[in-house]
Structure formats: structure tokens, C-alpha cells
Design a protein around this ligand. Sequence first.
Ligand SMILES: C[S@@+](CC[C@H](N)C(=O)[O-])C[C@H]1O[C@@H](n2cnc3c(N)ncnc32)[C@H](O)[C@@H]1O
Length: 269
Amino acid sequence: MTVAPEDGLGDLLAQIAGARGLTCDGYKPNCLRRRLAVRMRARGVHTYAAYAAVLRDDAHEYDRLLDALTINVTKFFRNREAWDVLATRFLPDLWERRRGALRCWSAGCATGEEPYTLAIALLEQARRGGTKAGTYTVDATDLDPTVLDRARAGVYRTPALDETSPALVERYFTGRDPWEVGPEVRTLVRFHRHDLLREPPPDAPYDIITCRNVVIYFERANQERLYHAFADALQPGGILMLGKVETLVGDVRERFQLEDIRERIYRRR
Ligand SMILES: C[S@@+](CC[C@H](N)C(=O)[O-])C[C@H]1O[C@@H](n2cnc3c(N)ncnc32)[C@H](O)[C@@H]1O
């Protein structure tokens, strides 16, 4: 992004990058300024230079800022219809073709609800298809190490499950508010820190990539680059699931077949 040097934003971003390795240049400028404004208001400062000083004095403020910048909102089976469509229209065929050995990537996984959902969908498909568990995996990545710690812990309050059917809660979770993800689900998911704007896909090729509610904060050129990286990382015939309000942009559309416009599901040609 282009930043007027005189307003101190460039120095602030350099300081954040140096301290926490978060480089913000792929994000939409207005989005970035709005998020910073939230934290600046909370700390009662009015300039980027003053906020840089707050960060230098109080290391915890970096954590709050990272939360504000990356907004980690998520839940199990978020937009439930999309998961129903994946399970009924796409998983059976992929499963058949790969004999159950599916490799998946949840990119921008936040606190883990999405990759665990994917793992549950695979386990359910295995039940229907009569295949043993353990032949498929989910890589789950995020930029923010704090959310990854929570994801690895696998412990959730009830609202995180309000789109999940009671039968699945019963089958795959233990405890009760907090709920804990069961071992059968956990063993399928591997969490890694990973920056979508800077690093290649962790372990391509994949059969399914979910990247939902992440790229809306990225500038268009970065979105296009990332979608090409997803196309490169998917097997031909592999599935890409985006968030409810996200859509492929640019010439990368030629590399995908739009399968379900409502649920933003694409198939790699
Ligand atoms: C709103 S959450 C989406 C969670 C989940 N995919 C869903 O749809 O429910 C957005 C996540 O994207 C992550 N994120 C933002 N920029 C990223 C980047 N450059 N690389 C990897 N993850 C990023 C954030 O840390 C955050 O956890």
C-alpha cells in the first residue's frame, strides 16, 4: 500500500513488522486504517506516532492490535448450507476418485473451527463410504500465532457450535460448555503458522482448499496472486471453497469451473 510518509503510518507499520513479523502491505489501506483507529481510540491517542509509543511501552497492546487487524471471528459449520453442499455434492465423488485419501487445506483457519469442521465432514464421509479413518489430512494455517494456540487446544464455548447439528456434537465432542474436540477429529488436523501473502502453500497438492472470510481484507492484486497459488496447489478436479461474500477475480477464473454460485464453490479445471 502507498502511505504518506508524513502521517507516521509507514513508521508504525515498520515497527509492527519488526516486532511481530506482521507485514501489512498486502491489506486494503482503508481497512488497515479503520482497524488501527479502533485500537487508537481504545488507547486514547490520535496520531500514528503516539500509538507507536503506546506499543513500545506496552507489549500486550501488540496482541490486541493483531486481534483487531486479523478479526478472528469464526464458528463450526459456519454458513451451514455450504458444508451441506460440500458433503452431498462434492465429497462423495472426490472420495471415490481418491479412495478416501483426501488432502485438504484450511487457509486462514483462525481458532480452528473451520479445519475441525472439514475433518468432521471427512469422518462423516468415511462413515458413509465405509473407509477407515486416518487416510486423509487437513492442514490448517493462520498468520496469527495466538489463534493457532487456541485452535490446538480445541476447547470451545457453546456459541461456536450453534450451527452444528446435535448429532455431530454428540459424536465428535466431549464435555459440555466448554466442549472439547474429540481425539478422532484432532488427529486429522495439523496446525502451522503461515502467511498467505508471502509463503507458498504448505504441502500441495490438495483435493480441497477452504479459504473463507480471509481475502476480503486483501488488495485485489494480492487476491489474484493467491487464487493462482490455490489453483497451482489443487489437483485437477479439486475443490476451492470461498466465503459467502467472496468471489474469484481476474484471469484466474479461467482456471476454475464455478460449481455453486450461492456457496462460492469452485472446481479446478
Ligand atoms: C475471519 S477469520 C476466518 C476464519 C475462517 N476461515 C472462517 O471463515 O470462519 C480470518 C482469518 O484470516 C487470518 N489471516 C489474515 N491475514 C492472513 C494472512 N496474510 N495469512 C494467513 N492468515 C491470515 C486471520 O488471522 C484470521 O484468523
